[in-house]
Design a protein around this ligand. Structure first.
Ligand SMILES: Nc1ncnc2c1ncn2[C@@H]1O[C@H](COP(=O)(O)OP(=O)(O)OP(=O)(O)O)[C@@H](O)[C@H]1O
Ligand SMILES: [Mg+2]
Length: 179
């Protein structure tokens, strides 16, 4: 690489939300990108109220009403980071457009990174994952809920994207990195 980008004079604060269905790799890739950038990483799973965790563990999909307090907590986390001018990476499925709207409200400087992959490839990954409370059977309901974002709403990447490629895409967005 020879064409270095000029440093941004006044970088915008930014928070990247890695989204997609269970097993897409939000936690794995999000944490790796955060580590590479030296940004803190937050896993959306850790912000679920205990009732939601119990529901998922029992194999029951969450309703929109279940997700509302969870999204509110994540929205507050993102807003705090942006207000302090401290970047961060968050993993959050954000499957429906209304969920993304709730997270985005007033949070200029937030960008979604959508990890896109088909049911079969993601199902294979989930089948190999043992240490997690999300049973693979919930994947169908995740795909049923998924309203895929387009490129105007998110940076859309394949589930096999590399850490370096994601960071390159951030930087190609210019000063502040993310819109
Ligand atoms: N790029 C990759 N290549 C191969 N396997 C991967 C990759 N990224 C993640 N995995 C594996 O796929 C499985 C799912 O990844 P991960 O737990 O990060 O998904 P997730 O989107 O966070 O899911 P959830 O919503 O259930 O938390 C894990 O076993 C992980 O090790
Ligand atoms: Mg995860």
């Amino acid at each position: 690489m020879t064409s270095a980008q000029p440093p941004a004079a006044n970088p915008q604060p930014q928070v990247a939300v890695f989204m997609g269905v269970s097993g897409a790799g939000k936690s794995t890739l999000g944490a790796a990108v955060a580590a590479e950038l030296g940004w803190p990483f937050y896993d959306g799973d850790d912000f679920h109220p205990p009732e939601n965790v119990a529901k998922m563990a029992a194999g029951n999909p969450l309703t929109d009403a279940d997700r509302r307090p969870w999204l509110a907590r994540l929205h507050a986390l993102i807003a705090d980071h942006l207000a302090r001018g401290e970047p961060a990476v968050v993993a959050c499925s954000a499957l429906k457009k209304s969920y993304r709207k709730q997270l985005r409200a007033g949070n200029q400087g937030l960008v979604f990174v959508y990890l896109r992959g088909d049911r079969e490839r993601i199902g294979r990954r989930l089948a190999q994952r043992l240490d997690h409370y999300m049973p693979a059977g919930l994947l169908d309901s995740q795909f049923a809920d998924l309203e895929e974002p387009g490129s105007s709403e998110a940076i859309v990447v394949d589930i096999d994207v590399t850490v370096d490629e994601v960071i390159r895409l951030f930087r190609s967005r210019g000063a502040g990195g993310l819109k």
